[in-house]
Every structure is written in structure tokens, then in C-alpha cells.
Design a protein around this ligand. Structure first.
Ligand code: ATP
Ligand code: MG
Length: 291
């Protein structure tokens, strides 16, 4: 059995202050490849703190963290940077794009040390942006993009080399319904292709696409109680092969290959109810009863 993509044992983070803040209290959980874990919870409850630890951007005060079975604690800064570059894609709450670079250049950044040639890097980056509806804005500098466009470039950059772990802090916070759907499909598709995805969200519809949900409350992480419709939505995604219980093999990065992910199968919508937005959606419980 391969090691879980992420494994945290009693992970804790105290900010010494003053004032002292116990931002994360002893979180224990695993995320397997192929899983999408959603973390919900009120503002200030510790969600970004946890994501920063999982992304090796911060060090825990106590506890253990393993990434793909590798203990992160003994690693020095260089080792952590290397592991991060190879295995983790991060979508920051505030994007962190390079303002003077174009959307395409920002997206291609993680591929700089991949061994792929410049033209191959650009092709992969362009495919990742296209998949998020950004084909027309690739050559715009990041500083000139709208919030939702920046968010999609940040996601393209995080996913362009198909990392084993994708961490996304409110990846749909600035998006309209159609873009939100695109982002969800991408994240679910990445899980299907073998990544472990952890996303932070305030949006129940986004959480509905996850295979497992957690609540963060004042630094305490717990499994979310089943919410009406949410487990059903994840079941639907599994039924339809959008999510996979047996993820594919990520394998080594192939420079010639672009990041096309498996298509999401559209719902069977009765012809009497035309849908304004033709993009596929995860089915709701009501839709399932109907069809
Ligand atoms: N570097 C820091 N130094 C001191 N306190 C911090 C630091 N970073 C975060 N905190 C505190 O830790 C707590 C958790 O913050 P965190 O950013 O994880 O919340 P969050 O759940 O992501 O909130 P939001 O939904 O608003 O993004 C907050 O009380 C915050 O003020
Ligand atoms: Mg946050």
C-alpha cells in the first residue's frame, strides 16, 4: 500500500505573539491520492494556518507531518523547498502572482526546473489556462487581471505540473458560477488523475464536490457531520467516474504532454428543462431523484 499523500499527527501551531494564539490544536488526519478534502470554518479559525503547514510554508510548533510518506521535520530549508517544488501546488488566498509577468509566464513558473524546453513549458501552461477559460487573457500581465482571473491563473500555476498534493485556499472566492464550476472540475479532475486535493472554502456547493469534509473551529479540526445533500453529491461524483476510488498513476512529468484532464460526463437533463449554462454540473439530490 503506498503511503498517504498527506499524513498529519497531532499537528499544532502556536503564534507566540503577544498575544499568544493557538491557531491549530493537534490536528490528526490523512489525505489519500484521489481524495478531495474540504475544510470549512469561520474566519480566523485556523484554516490558512493548517494549509501553510501542509504546504511547508510554515513549521509546526508540535506534531508530525509526512508528505508521500516522507517526514518533513528533519528537512532543512533547501530540502523543504525542493519537496514543495516537486510535490505541492499551492493556491494562495491572495494569489501571489508575479505582477509584471503575463498569465502564461506565471503559469509556466513551476516548470522552470522540470527539464522541459521553453516551448513545451509554454504549451503546458497554455493548456492549463485554456482549461480554466483563460485562453483570451494569457498574454495579459498579472497586475492587470481581475480578481477572478488572477484566481484562475493561480490555480493553473498550482496544477500545471500535476503535483501529488494540491492545496487551495478559497479557490473560488472571487468567481462567478460558471468559473466556479470550471475550477471545481479541474480540482476534481486532478484528484481523478491521482493528486490529493485539500481546499478551504466557505461555499457549501464547493464543499459538496469533496469526498471528505472537515470543520475548523477555533483551531480544532474535526470531521464534518453529514450535511443534507453533500454526501450525496460526492456519491454522485463517484458514481459518474468524476472522482475515482482508485486514482490513476501520476508518474513522471512528460514534457510533451499537456494537462488535459478526463472530461466530466454531462448530466442527463430532461429536454423540458433547458439549462442556461451548458457546462456539466455535479448533480444535486433533487436532480438525482428526477433522473
Ligand atoms: N503570523 C501570525 N502571527 C500571529 N497570529 C497569526 C498569524 N497568522 C495567523 N494568526 C492568527 O491565527 C488565527 C488563525 O488564522 P488563519 O489565517 O489561519 O485563519 P483562517 O481560518 O484562514 O481565516 P480566514 O477565513 O479569514 O482566511 C487568527 O486568529 C490569526 O489572527
Ligand atoms: Mg484564511
Amino acid at each position: 500500500m503506498p503511503a498517504p499523500a498527506l499524513e498529519a499527527v497531532s499537528l499544532a501551531r502556536v503564534f507566540p505573539g503577544p498575544p499568544r494564539v493557538e491557531a491549530l490544536r493537534e490536528a490528526t488526519f490523512t489525505v489519500e491520492r484521489g481524495e478531495v478534502a474540504a475544510i470549512m470554518g469561520r474566519s480566523g479559525s485556523g484554516k490558512s494556518t493548517l494549509l501553510n503547514l501542509l504546504g511547508l510554508l510554515d513549521r509546526p510548533t508540535r506534531g508530525e507531518l509526512k508528505i508521500g510518506g516522507l517526514d518533513a521535520a528533519p528537512l532543512g530549508e533547501r530540502g523543504r523547498a525542493k519537496l514543495r517544488a516537486k510535490s505541492i501546488g499551492f493556491v494562495f488566498q491572495s494569489f501571489h502572482l508575479v505582477g509584471e509577468l503575463t498569465a502564461l509566464q506565471n503559469t509556466a513558473l513551476p516548470l522552470l526546473y522540470s527539464g522541459c524546453r521553453a516551448a513545451q513549458r509554454a504549451r503546458r501552461a497554455a493548456a492549463a489556462l485554456e482549461q480554466l477559460g483563460m485562453a483570451g487573457r494569457m498574454d495579459a500581465t498579472a497586475a492587470t487581471l481581475s480578481g477572478g482571473e488572477k484566481q484562475r491563473v493561480a490555480l493553473a500555476r498550482a496544477s500545471v505540473q500535476r503535483p501529488a498534493v494540491i492545496l487551495a485556499d478559497e479557490p473560488t472566492g472571487n468567481l462567478d458560477a460558471a468559473s466556479e464550476q470550471m475550477v471545481l472540475e479541474l480540482l476534481v479532475g486532478l484528484a481523478h488523475a491521482g493528486s490529493a486535493v485539500v481546499l478551504v472554502t466557505h461555499n457549501p456547493q464547493v464543499a459538496a464536490a469533496a469526498t471528505v469534509r472537515y470543520l475548523m473551529d477555533d483551531g480544532v479540526l474535526s470531521r464534518a457531520p453529514a450535511l443534507d445533500g453533500l454526501d450525496m453529491a460526492a456519491d454522485n461524483a463517484l458514481d459518474r467516474g468524476v472522482l475515482s476510488a482508485t486514482p490513476g498513476d501520476l508518474g513522471a512529468l512528460n514534457c510533451a504532454e499537456t494537462v488535459r484532464l478526463p472530461p466530466v460526463v454531462p448530466d442527463q437533463v430532461p429536454s423540458s428543462e433547458p439549462r442556461a449554462d451548458p457546462r456539466p454540473r455535479l448533480r444535486t439530490r433533487r436532480a438525482r431523484k428526477r433522473g
